[in-house]
Write a new protein. Sequence first.
Length: 271
Amino acid sequence: MTAPLFFDIQATHNPHRWYLPLSPGVCVGPPGNLFMFGGVGLGSSIAALQRTCERPVIWATAQYLSYARPPSVVDLDVWVPAAGKYNSQARVIGHVGDKEIFTVNAALGARPSDLSRQWLAMPDCDPPEDCPPAAHWRGGGEDLHSRIEVRVAKGRYGGTDGGDGEDDGRLLLWIRPREAIAIDATMLAIMADFVPGAVGNALGLNAGGNSLDNTIRVRAIVPTDWVLCDTRILGVHGGFGHGAMYLFAQDGELMATASQSLIVRVHEERR
C-alpha cells in the first residue's frame, strides 16, 4: 500500500482541479499567525500535476505571491498546454477564492533509457543517529515543524550546533517525517523549502528569510528513511539571499537538487 502524503490533497469532479484544506500541520509561523509553508504549496502542486498528467515530475518551480492561512482551502488548478509522447509541460495556479497564492511551472515525464549516473557525491558526515536533534527556535507547537524530525550534521540550526558551518555557508541536515509519510518528490519539495534556515548559519546571526521561489529538479527517487539536505547559501546582498540544496538518500543516491531566492531577515545581533 502506498504511504500517504504529508498533506491532504483532495480530488474534485474536475480532473484538472484539486484542493488542499489548510491545517496547522502544514503551516508555520508564530502562534495565532500561521501560514502555509511554501514547500507544501510546491509539494501539493507536484501531487496534483502528477495525478492529472499521470507522469512523474522532472522539475518544478514555484513563485510565491501571497500567504494562505488556516483554516482556508487552497484550490489547485492544473493547466497542461503541451503534452508529448514522453513529457508534458504544465502549470498550477494555487488560489484561495480569487486571490492567487502561488504559481507552479513544471515538466513531467520519463523516457526509456538505461543510463543512470551521478557525479555529485554525498558529503562525508555522521549518520543521523549520531547527530544532535534540532529544536525549532519557536519551541513546541502543533505546526509543520512538529511533524518533521531534523538532525544537525554540520552547522547551526534552531539553536543546535553541529560545528563549522559559518566558514563556508554550508549546513548539513538529516530530515525525515515523523509519520509514515512517502519520501517522494512531494516530500522532497517540502524539505527543499528549508533553504532559508541556512541563512543564520552562514551569516553567524540569528537570521532567516521568506522564500520568493522554490525550484526542485528530481533525478531519482529511491527508498530511504532519512534525507541528507546539503544546503549552501551562495551569497547575500541588498537584503536578498540565494541558496542551493542537494538532497541525498542514506545510501548516497542523489535524489534531487533545489534552489531558492529569499528575503533575508535578521532578528537580532550575532548569536
